[in-house]
Design a protein around this ligand. Structure first.
Ligand code: AMP
Length: 216
């Protein structure tokens, strides 16, 4: 199963991806997570990406394309992939078409999550993440049992540096300018399902399963 999940920051891509990978046993490949790991480990790639990420700007296409191509060659991608946060520009989508054909894994389904800006703002500013195991919380909608501590591994929760209203505004502008054309690109291939992601998580996931059922 070769799937892309798309949507602006705060649309619930991370939460839905966790549910998808449990149900379908394919790896969740988030370019944002991969980049953050590189930043944490101070790799050459991380050092290059850091300033773009902290400003809410996109990291250059060639850097991202090479990173994804390499990741998709790993054995866990044999059954397919769930790509989250990529492709994010038309240049990436076109390059990815070639990569995906070359490795025999063309995109079969694009899940496009849609949510209004006001709701995103609330979700993003309340989001807390576990830097150790990646669990995602929200101070109101999905609080941890003990405030500030991860339920799963006990690490102290943090807030992403780009989870502010200012950065969200920049990321939304980037999304409208760069990523909407990617959805149009896949629309032309007839593989997009638009989903109202302002609904409750189980309703959103139900609609995703229905969309993916069509390719299973
Ligand atoms: P995310 O976690 O998907 O919101 O990504 C966080 C940040 O990583 C973005 O604001 C970008 O700076 C960078 N990033 C992630 N994926 C991509 C991509 N496909 N192309 C360019 N930059 C990316």
């Amino acid at each position: 199963m070769n799937i892309l999940i798309m949507g602006p920051a705060g649309a619930g891509k991370g939460t839905m991806s966790d549910l998808i990978l449990k149900e379908y046993d394919i790896p969740h490949i988030s370019t944002g997570d991969m980049l953050r790991e590189n930043v944490r480990n101070n790799t050459e790639l991380g050092i290059e990406a850091k300033s773009y990420m902290e400003a809410g700007k996109l990291v250059p296409d060639d850097v991202i394309n090479a990173m994804v191509e390499k990741r998709l060659q790993e054995p866990d991608c044999q059954k397919g992939y769930l790509l989250d946060g990529f492709p994010r520009t038309l240049v990436q989508a076109e390059a990815f078409s070639e990569i995906a054909d070359k490795i025999g894994k063309p995109v079969e389904s694009v899940i496009a999550l849609e949510v209004d800006f006001e709701i995103l703002k609330e979700r993003i500013t309340g989001r807390r993440i576990c830097p150790k195991c990646g669990a995602i919380y929200h101070i109101k909608n999905h609080p941890s049992k003990v405030e500030g501590i991860c339920d799963d591994c006990g690490a102290e929760l943090t807030q992403r540096k780009d989870d502010t209203v200012e950065q969200l505004t920049v990321r939304m502008e980037e999304y409208d300018k760069s990523t909407k054309p990617v959805i149009d690109f896949y629309e032309g291939k007839g593989v997009v399902t638009h989903i109202n992601a302002a609904q409750k998580p189980d309703v959103v996931f139900g609609e995703i399963k229905e969309a993916l059922g069509k390719i299973a």
